[in-house]
Design a binder for this molecule. Structure first.
Ligand SMILES: [Zn+2]
Length: 351
């Protein structure tokens, strides 16, 4: 009988072993700037604007899920530096249809197609017509992103080498999800315990800002959002909708301009372009109001160390990270400020 009990215990033990709860791996979130260039110009090898949000736990180095927000020039190159293949991305979101946020998309999708990666959700605003009469269409951009490679014959040629590659090229991998940006946050994508919300914001027609909520923390990606009131006098250059979206968030990633590029400083930078962005000082004030712990400035205007921003001279000479930090702190922010360079990364919780 005793021997029998031991045998039973052994069998039961073996069978129960897989169901014994392991010590739960702690969830974590990693936010990486994949590019920090502001505007169409190139400077010092900076990649175009983009942010990679990774979520997971300690067992997978926070990388079970990978969401890319915007994909400016060189996104693939920056991703390669952190060992992320375009095949691994779970979804790509666009804030708006300016080249500094979109030029790397064809590259990302061509490589994903070449590697025979799975379908991917591309999330962005539905077509939006500006007050000037033209229409910004993320859907058309996305669905035509690889037309040139179809036309050149490359898609057909590489498919002849491996016919598991889809005949239509990258577009066959794309599942476009569009939404009408509203003045209140709306959930536009979710998977497991990760939720992405969007809100309308002003910059171009159809501009949207995003928030990712995970059990490890939350991050807002403001994009190039500015205030709805496009010229002073106004309470702030920042977006009231982004502020709503960012209430209680852990991290804000936001494009930032320095007041030195303002029309009163003599750079010649077009006021229309200046006023549709958020100032670093006002972002500091906003981050403080919403209780954010971290503010990551990206898409800096002017770029760090630039004598000329795009084609306009930086009044007073090149700016440093300290100059931006000072401006953010002057706005009242007492949290952690990161003045973005390519691949700057923040992990929650910190290691
Ligand atoms: Zn931009």
């Amino acid at each position: 009988m005793k021997r029998f009990s031991i045998a039973i215990a052994f069998v039961v033990g073996v069978w129960l072993a897989p169901f014994v709860p392991m010590a739960e791996a702690a969830p974590c979130l990693m936010v990486t700037l994949t590019g920090t260039q502001s505007g169409p110009s190139v400077f010092n090898g900076q990649a175009g604007a983009g942010t990679l949000v990774r979520y997971g736990d300690d067992s997978n180095d926070c990388a079970a899920m990978k969401l890319q927000f915007d994909a400016g020039r060189g996104t693939n190159m920056r991703l390669s530096q952190i060992d992320v293949s375009p095949v691994q991305l779970n979804a790509i979101f666009f804030t708006h249809m300016h080249g500094d946020h979109t030029e790397g998309f064809a590259d990302v999708m061509m490589l994903r197609w070449y590697f025979k990666g799975p379908k991917i959700d591309i999330v962005c605003s539905s077509d939006a017509t500006s007050v000037l009469g033209h229409t910004n269409s993320c859907r058309k951009f996305v669905m035509h992103v690889a037309d040139a490679f179809l036309q050149s014959g490359e898609i057909a040629e590489r498919r002849s080498e491996d016919n598991a590659r889809l005949a239509g090229g990258p577009v066959d991998l794309i599942n476009v999800i569009t939404f009408d940006p509203k003045d209140e946050p709306q959930v536009v994508w979710s998977s497991g315990d990760v939720k992405v919300s969007a809100i309308r914001s002003t910059h171009t027609a159809g501009h949207a800002s995003y928030r990712v909520d995970t059990p490890a923390g939350s991050v807002v990606i403001g994009g190039d959002a500015g205030n709805d009131v496009l010229v002073p006098p106004r309470a702030s250059s920042t977006s009231e909708q982004v502020e709503k979206l960012a209430k209680g968030v852990d991290i804000i990633v936001h494009s930032a301009f320095h007041p030195v590029m303002g029309p009163d400083q003599g750079s010649g930078f077009p006021p229309r372009s200046f006023y549709r962005q958020s100032l670093a000082s006002d972002l500091g004030a906003m981050a403080q109001r919403v209780g954010a712990k971290h503010l990551m400035l990206t898409h800096l205007g002017p770029s760090l160390g630039a004598v000329i921003h795009n084609q306009w001279k930086v009044p007073g000479g090149p700016l440093t990270q300290a100059d931006y930090r000072k401006t953010v702190e002057a706005g009242g922010f007492t949290g952690n400020t990161i003045v973005g360079t390519d691949l700057a990364t923040l992990r929650l919780p910190a290691k």
